[in-house]
Structure formats: C-alpha cells, structure tokens
Design a protein around this ligand. Structure first.
Ligand code: TYD
Length: 399
C-alpha cells in the first residue's frame, strides 16, 4: 500500500518558506515475508529529519514525564541495586527526560543524541550527552572511554533508525555479557488493532512486533526475555533483551506470540484489510470535516503531532477544513503544518476562542487532554477522534 508523496512529518514550515516546501518522498510501507518486519520502502535522508531545528522535545507532555520517571526507577530498583557502579547508556536521549532520573541518583550515564538543540536542553538537566547518531563506531568510542554498559535504553528511537544492523552490531559491542537492552516503540499489534495508520511516517522506519524483534536480534547474540505493553504513544511495547541463556524468559512472551498469531501478523491478507481500513478512515474523516465546513462550524486541531502529517496529507486536509492547530510547543507555534500549511497557534489561541470542534491529532494523550479540557467540553466544545473509527466526543468518557 502507499500513502502517496509525503513531506517530512516534523518539518514544520516557516511561513516565509511556504513557497519552497516541496520536498516529498513516497510513504510506502511493506512487510518482510521472511522476518515479519513492517518497514518503509523509502526513507528520507536522516539529516533531513534530525537536525538543529528538530522540533520534538520529550518534555512537552506531563504524562510522558511520569512515564519516563517510572521507566528509570524500575531499572534502578530492579536491575541496578545489586550492581557496583552501573553504567547506563540511552540511545536518542532527547532532552534528558529519562536520564535525568539516573543523573539525580548519581548513576553513571551517557546519552547519545543526534540533535544538538535537544542535547543542549539535556545538559541543562544535568545529563551528559554525545551529539552523534549511534553506530558501531560510536559504540567502540564509548567502550574505550567508559567501558561496557550494564543497560542500554531506547524509547521511541530504535524504530527511527534505518541502519538498524549497524545499531544492533553497536549494541552487541557496547553491552556487557550480563547487560540488558531495554527499548520501547509503537507496537505493530496496536496499529493493526486500532487501524492507527498515522504511526506510519518518515521517522518510523519500522513498526516492531515480538516476531520481528526476535528475528532481528537473533543475529546479534541477543534474545528477548520480556515484553510489556505500554499505553504511551498510542500503544507501545517494551522489549527486554539479554545474552542467550543469561536471563529466564518471561511468560509474557508466549501470550504476545499468541496475540500476534491471532492478529495474523504473518498473513498477507491482514495487510490488505489494513490498507482498506486506512482508506475508509481517511474518507470518513475528510467527509465529516467537509460537512462541518458546509455548516460553517469553527474547526481547529489539537496537537500538531508528527503523526498528523500523515493524516493531513493522505486525506488532503488543509486550512479550508481546519483553521489552525493549537500546540504547546514553542518551536512549532507560528509555523505551518508540513505540506498542508495549516497554521500552528499557541494553546492560548484555543483557550481564547474555543472552536466548535477540535480534531484530536494528539490522540495518544486523549486521557490527559480530555481531563484538562473539561471546561471546553462543558461549554459545548466537541473533540473529533479518528481511531479506531471517526467519532465525535462530547463528554469526557474517561471520567
Ligand atoms: P507526540 O505525543 O510527541 O506525538 P508525535 O510523536 O506524533 O509528534 O506529540 C504531542 C504534540 O501535541 C506535541 O507537539 C505537544 C502537543 N500537545 C498539546 O499541544 N497539548 C497537550 O495537552 C498535549 C498532551 C500535547
């Protein structure tokens, strides 16, 4: 299947450069029939995506901050309490949202982060960062300077790395014999269950599953010993890997393999059905917004997510259907959405003139947002969600 020509998902456009926003690549996912790895057939050059103006800062959601604190504490309490002077390395450490909890407890740590601006923000949080793309060469450098790592962590990073074999080889070099690789990423099983096709965009080169992670790392002296579903990022999976035979395997592996079998992850028909479902959702969302526009309703967007770039460009939704998108990230405000040029406004804009409808592009934070926006809902404001189906939300169903 293809989602057609796409701009860079996080490539928010300065209004002065709207005329030259013409870079596109073909967003075409495929599944490997040998290793079951769901992947993009074409990827933009990483320098086009992760650069000094990279707009993604992890710190922007309070829910994510809590999630990463719990992640860090779990590792410190479960794995590090019995180790003398443990060393943790995080790949794609962003603004230090997770490593700062290790830094606060004086645990030896190092972040590897290719975007200089977010690495600078991490340093302000007391987190040591190396501004590099992680690779075999970088792994060797780290071992020479700091020794091997007790734990290698990555959150929403592994699925971004097209040269995954170099990374797996680097991990093999950097990880101690009894060390652990723990990473989490959006889970293919959730995408298939919810039909959440907006997880497919340039940065998500891969959507992993237990099947594909097992196959991928089996060539690098690592086996999966635990899987744990996570509610963040619209449904993620945390994979824990170790050297073969060093740690016992958790019962969660069997249950997840059964789920993946039930979902038909290795069956071509599953993806044909998925493709049809994406088309339907896209059509229904555009139809609803077109109807609202005919009714002269004031429609805004909530959260200028990377994911929204796929939805907006695939469905052909522009400023004629959505007047603006409100977002709390200062670096996105005042810019335009990639390809579709919907203005991004401050959160205060949303508060000052509650729209009739707000399309919930940050649907992965639905619980947090609905709780925060009880006044908007109470005053008759409505949210629009589009997964698993296109629906209007009139009350906080979670409360
Ligand atoms: P994120 O969850 O990181 O999704 P993606 O990986 O697809 O970009 O992005 C959430 C975006 O939504 C981020 O730009 C901040 C914004 N946001 C708000 O504007 N208000 C909110 O209450 C929340 C939770 C997020």
């Amino acid at each position: 299947m293809t989602f057609g020509p796409m701009p860079i998902a996080n490539g928010f456009v300065h209004p002065d450069k709207a005329q030259t926003d013409d870079y596109r690549f073909d967003l075409t996912p495929a599944v490997c029939t040998t290793c079951n790895l769901f992947q993009l057939m074409e990827q933009p050059d990483p320098e086009m995506m992760f650069h000094d103006e990279y707009a993604f800062f992890s710190q922007t959601s309070s829910h994510m901050a809590i999630h990463f604190e719990a992640f860090a504490n779990d590792i410190i309490n479960r794995w590090f309490s019995s180790r003398p002077d443990p060393f943790v390395v995080e790949l794609g450490s962003n603004d230090g949202i997770m490593l700062k909890h290790f830094a606060a407890k004086n645990v030896r740590h190092l972040g590897v982060e290719p975007s200089a601006n977010v690495a600078a923000a991490a340093r302000k949080n007391g987190v040591d960062s190396l501004v590099e793309f992680f690779s075999e060469g970088v792994a060797k450098q780290i071992v020479e300077k700091h020794g091997q790592a007790d734990a290698l962590l990555a959150a929403n990073v592994m699925c971004h790395i097209s040269d995954i074999k170099s990374v797996a080889q680097g991990i093999n070099i950097l990880l101690k014999q009894d060390g652990l690789l723990i990473f989490e990423d959006p889970y293919l099983g959730e995408v298939l269950q919810k039909g959440s096709f907006d997880q497919i965009y340039d940065e998500h080169v891969f959507l992993f599953s237990l099947l594909s992670v097992t196959a991928l790392f089996s060539g690098y002296n690592l086996e999966v010993v635990d899987v744990a579903p996570q509610s963040v990022h619209g449904g993620s999976m945390r994979y824990t890997l170790a050297r073969p035979g060093v740690h016992s395997q958790s019962p969660s592996l069997k249950a997840t393999l059964r789920l993946e079998d039930d979902l038909g992850m290795s069956d071509h028909k599953t993806y044909v059905e998925f493709s049809k479902r994406c088309k339907n959702t896209g059509r229904n969302l555009k139809q609803l917004l077109t109807n609202l526009s005919h009714e002269q309703k004031n429609v805004a967007g909530y959260g200028a997510t990377s994911k929204s770039t796929t939805v907006l460009n695939y469905c052909g939704i522009g400023p004629d259907l959505i007047r603006y998108i409100s977002d709390t990230t200062p670096t996105k405000q005042g810019k335009l959405t990639p390809g579709t040029h919907i203005p991004i406004r401050t959160y205060e804009t949303f508060l000052s003139e509650y729209p009739d409808y707000a399309v919930l592009f940050a649907w992965n934070h639905e619980k947090e947002i609905l709780a925060k926006e009880c006044e908007y809902l109470a005053r008759g404001g409505k949210f629009i969600r589009f997964f698993p189906t296109v629906e209007i939300i009139e009350t906080d169903e979670n409360s």
